[in-house]
Design a protein around this ligand. Structure first.
Ligand SMILES: [Zn+2]
Length: 668
């Protein structure tokens, strides 16, 4: 739940994860012919051609807001993970995992306790007598994972990445984005949220009259904070979010809050500087502190109840689900409890589960094969960088240096996190969750002043996703995604390259997208471009922004081309590099050999389009467009293919369509 400042630069392949069709036989796994809709012309809508039948035959389950390959693979991973949890709960595994699972599955106890489970925390808020006591309380909230108003994280200094430093970021608001508070066309969502806040306070035991007052306080405070929050586009700008301040400066800029007391309570001594992600937000927070103390207390109370809602009994969880899942995302029914608990365990105890998961789900064979693919893709990108006609020699040398120093992590960490200082019990689910958050914070705190932990992973290995981290200049592929259908030793290579290869290419290209390209070969935020080359890059990127901004995904709902530009650049570069790398592995004879009626190049593009086949609710789509830096699945296919001459050539009949070559955008 925590919004870590640095994480905005770690670019994921997908926000929501992924899929499968496992086959036991040794025969080669090909593209999914059942998915194809032969009545559609591949040149007119390749996404619908590749996936039309699948889309028709795979409605969204009632427990989901979307259904895709990613969900199928995640389900498969879940079935492995749940047995790890159950074993641990029966004392055949890690003691902390066992206690976490038992406490979370004991719904009788959780329901009997209800809001009493957070009574201590409510009392601490109630005991506040002045804002002077706020710093230590906010520090406590931050450590246990609530992040009320503000949140602190420890991460490498992105301009001097050989040391760790302290980041100050906004805490979370109740609605998924600041836009919901400030944009007129989202007014109905804001109104529904107001009702939700009121209902939750009543559930917490307040009279209707009190709940109405509290609701007004929340809306007033959150709207002010939202108005002073960065947009998602602003948050993607690493220079804009890098505002180094001394604690003295912070004290004079936001003088209603004792920053020394706050950092001392967080256990951070002798702090020179802090990197303030959103100065405007800190100003607004500071101004709010002059307001009535009751408003501050209501905000703290609401944040506590809201963040904990899914762990303090059925009534709270149900209401929370109705608003956040049903109303905002169109989900009709809750997932079974074990799945909800598994998701929570993954985020709280990720590597403890991952350590067991990789024993059954990852092989040396997988790693070697993917390594080879990565080598092939890097080779292609290197040649492309050398050949770029829009980039001068000076910048090119730096780009090549950056490419040559990209490191990779594959499968799982070489060293596992040490959880020995964590000790969970059967007492309470929510207390266990607090303890896990505090443990994670304290582990991070230990890093301050120390050497960089190059082994650290920001995703546990069971995750169906991948990332590029510009500050380490590394690409990371958890075991969770190196699975069928994305990747498999028995897969037709057209599939391995069209799906996993495209993901690898995507992450590599992130190093050179509009954000990644502001970080140098060492991983520092430092310009290595000549002005002219940067200008050339921006002109090309603008074309992609314009192309995606014109896509209307629902009535008057358009993609935000600016917000999605980094991901779109990565998709385009990634697919095109993967295609070339795949072709390099084939002899001329192989290139002309059909399987299931399709040539390798054709199977490659079908496999790529099938990665993104999905059904989603309109509500999900609307929220995605507002909050997700990735374009909706369909447009990740058609938006990219529109710019690929290789696609047009593979389906020769497409040459007469809108895919006119001179309009195609090529960056990397
Ligand atoms: Zn990405």
């Amino acid at each position: 739940m925590k919004q870590l400042g640095f994480f905005s630069y770690v670019t994921l392949a997908f926000l929501m994860g992924c899929s499968s069709s496992s086959k036991d036989s040794k025969e080669i796994v090909g593209v999914d012919l059942q998915s194809i809709d032969q009545t559609i012309d591949p040149c007119s809508d390749f996404y619908a051609f590749s996936n039309g039948s699948w889309i028709k035959n795979n409605p969204i389950p009632s427990t989901e807001s979307r259904w895709s390959n990613f969900n199928v693979l995640r389900d498969k991973n879940d079935s492995i993970l749940i047995s790890i949890l159950k074993d641990a709960a029966n004392n055949k595994g890690d003691a902390n995992v066992g206690a976490f699972y038992r406490s979370a599955m004991d719904t009788n106890k959780i329901n009997a306790l209800g809001i009493q489970a957070i009574q201590n925390e409510l009392e601490r808020i109630d005991a506040l007598e002045s804002t002077d006591q706020l710093p230590s309380l906010l520090a406590h909230h931050d450590m246990i994972g609530l992040g009320s108003f503000i949140t602190t994280s420890i991460y490498q200094d992105i301009k001097q990445n050989t040391k760790y430093t302290v980041y100050l970021s906004p805490g979370q608001l109740g609605l998924p984005d600041r836009d919901y508070y400030v944009l007129d066309h989202l007014k109905d969502k804001k109104m529904a949220y107001e009702h939700h806040v009121e209902a939750m306070f009543e559930l917490a035991g307040y009279s209707h009259a009190d709940a109405v007052i509290k609701r007004a306080e929340i809306m007033k405070a959150e709207t002010i904070l939202a108005e002073n929050s960065f947009t998602r586009v602003e948050s993607r700008d690493p220079e804009k979010t890098y505002n180094k301040k001394s604690v003295d400066q912070l004290n004079s800029l936001a003088s209603n809050f004792d920053w020394n007391a706050y950092y001392t309570a967080l256990g951070i001594d002798q702090l020179d500087t802090v990197i303030v992600e959103e100065p405007r937000f800190v100003d607004a927070f500071n101004a709010l502190l002059s307001d009535d103390l009751s408003l501050i207390k209501t905000m703290l109370e609401w944040n506590l109840i809201n963040v904990c809602a899914s762990k303090i009994g059925d009534e709270f969880e149900q209401k929370d689900f109705e608003f956040y899942a049903t109303y905002l995302k169109g989900v009709k029914a809750m997932k079974p409890r074990w799945k909800r608990v598994l998701r929570s365990a993954n985020s709280s105890l990720g590597e403890l589960l991952g350590k067991e998961y990789v024993k059954v789900a990852f092989s040396k064979e997988n790693k070697e094969k993917v390594d080879k693919m990565v080598d092939g893709l890097i080779g292609v990108l290197e040649l492309r960088l050398k050949d770029l006609d829009w980039m001068g020699e000076q910048t090119k040398a730096q780009a090549l240096k950056k490419l040559s120093t990209i490191t990779r992590k594959m499968g799982y960490p070489s060293e596992w996190k040490d959880y020995s200082s964590l000790s969970l019990t059967d007492e309470s689910y929510i207390l266990n969750w607090f303890k896990c958050n505090e443990f994670a914070y304290k582990e991070d705190l230990k890093k301050l002043g120390g050497p960089i932990d190059k082994n650290e992973w920001y995703m546990p290995p069971q995750t169906v996703n991948a990332y590029y981290n510009p500050v380490m200049n590394e690409i990371v592929f958890p075991a969770g995604i190196l699975q069928p259908p994305f990747f498999g030793i028995d897969n037709d290579d057209a599939i391995n390259y069209g799906s996993m290869g495209a993901v690898i290419g995507h992450e590599l290209t992130h190093g050179f997208d509009d954000t990644g390209n502001q970080f140098d070969a060492d991983g520092n935020l430092k310009n290595w471009w000549t002005d002219q080359d940067k200008k050339n890059f921006k002109e090309k990127a603008q074309k992609l922004i314009d192309q995606f901004s014109a896509y209307e995904v629902l009535d008057s709902t358009f993609i935000n081309g600016e917000l999605t530009q980094g991901e779109n650049i990565a998709d385009l570069g990634g697919l095109s590099i993967a295609f070339e790398a795949y072709m390099n592995t084939l002899s001329e004879e192989e290139k002309a050999t059909k399987i299931d009626g399709y040539l390798p190049a054709q199977r490659f593009f079908i496999a790529f389009a099938q990665v993104w086949r999905n059904n989603q609710t309109d509500e999900y789509l609307k929220q995605q467009v507002l909050t997700d830096p990735h374009s909706p699945a369909k447009y990740r296919v058609i938006g990219v293919l529109k710019n690929m001459p290789q696609f047009r050539q593979a389906f020769g009949t497409c040459s007469t369509t809108e895919h006119s070559e001179h309009e195609m955008i090529k960056i990397w």
